[in-house]
Write a protein that binds this ligand. Structure first.
Ligand code: AMP
Length: 281
């Protein structure tokens, strides 16, 4: 496995693989890898001849008062995990490599990026789309793997690929959870012991919501009430948003029909966590 920091080195490596007839998978990450990321690597490994993992905490997707500086970073730990999962190359660029002096071009996703996390984090998805677009251009992967944990991100990337006619197949992978239900996240490391316990309220709400929809609940307002009752029962939890949206357009819906995304962001103390479920009839 190689670890490279320049765009030129990635392009060289990929060009050589192409000459040998290999297909290439990309797994974009911000590092501090955990089992959620590992599931993406395993899916990538199973699907393509060569696997690239990018590890880059992308400054332009963080708002001014967000956790860019404190976001956990540990390349040695990440490299050990990638090695175990058969990754061929880690791309770990400096910010200057990705955004040199004079950088001026951005990709944004309009309406899809204005709800849910996009409403709470203005500019977030513009940063995500821009960096993913750059990574796609640098690696030119056949396939790219993203987690359903960031469901809106996945929907936006799929739309970007379609709208901009990009030659990459985007694959979504299921949410990986801790044994007690908490969705794996690099940000879980911010939680104190007490907060870690309180954070279980997210997956409890997801479970309750999913069960209600499965049992036939089709009224979005009633579903939200049911789930927000669960969340409000936890004193350390503060709801940022809880929404029922169409799974493709990310726009709020009143009645649950074919494809729905039920998504939430909840502060546990100062840590903002997300969770969701999709329901398809
Ligand atoms: P991040 O490093 O948090 O930007 O995440 C990189 C990729 O891993 C994204 O596609 C995430 O959706 C995915 N991911 C993060 N956490 C999980 C999880 N618990 N289960 C599945 N995928 C995840």
């Amino acid at each position: 496995m190689r670890i490279v920091s320049s765009i030129a080195e990635v392009k060289d490596a990929v060009a050589q693989w192409r000459t040998s007839g290999h297909t290439v998978a990309l797994v974009p990450t911000m590092g501090y890898l955990h089992a959620g990321h590992e599931s993406l690597m395993d899916a990538a490994r199973a699907a393509c001849g060569k696997v690239v993992v990018s590890v880059f905490v992308n400054p332009i997707q963080f708002g001014p008062n967000e956790d860019y500086d404190s976001y956990p970073r540990d390349l040695d730990h990440d490299a050990a995990i990638c090695e175990t999962h058969g990754v061929d190359l880690i791309f770990h660029p400096e910010v200057q490599e990705m955004y040199p002096e004079g950088f001026a071009t951005y990709v944004s996703a309009d309406a899809l990026a204005e709800t849910l996390c996009g409403a709470s984090r203005p500019g977030h998805f513009r940063g995500v789309c821009t960096v993913v677009n750059k990574l796609f251009n640098i690696v030119q992967p056949n396939m790219a793997f993203f987690g359903q944990k960031d469901a809106q991100q996945l929907a936006i990337i799929k739309r970007m690929v379609r709208d901009l006619n990009m030659n990459v197949q985007v694959v979504g992978c299921p949410i990986v959870r801790e044994e007690d239900g908490l969705a794996k996240s690099s940000r879980n490391t911010y939680l104190s012991t007490e907060e870690r316990q309180a954070a279980l309220v997210l997956s409890r709400a997801v479970k309750k919501g999913y069960a209600a929809v499965e049992a036939g609940e089709r009224n979005a307002a009633k579903l939200k009430q049911l789930m927000s009752d669960v969340l409000s029962a936890e004193p350390l939890a503060r709801i940022d948003y809880l929404e029922v949206v169409d799974g493709l357009t990310m726009q709020p819906i009143d009645t649950i029909n074919e494809s729905v995304l039920v998504a939430m962001a909840v502060y546990i103390g100062n840590t903002r966590l997300i969770d969701n479920f999709i329901f398809e009839e």
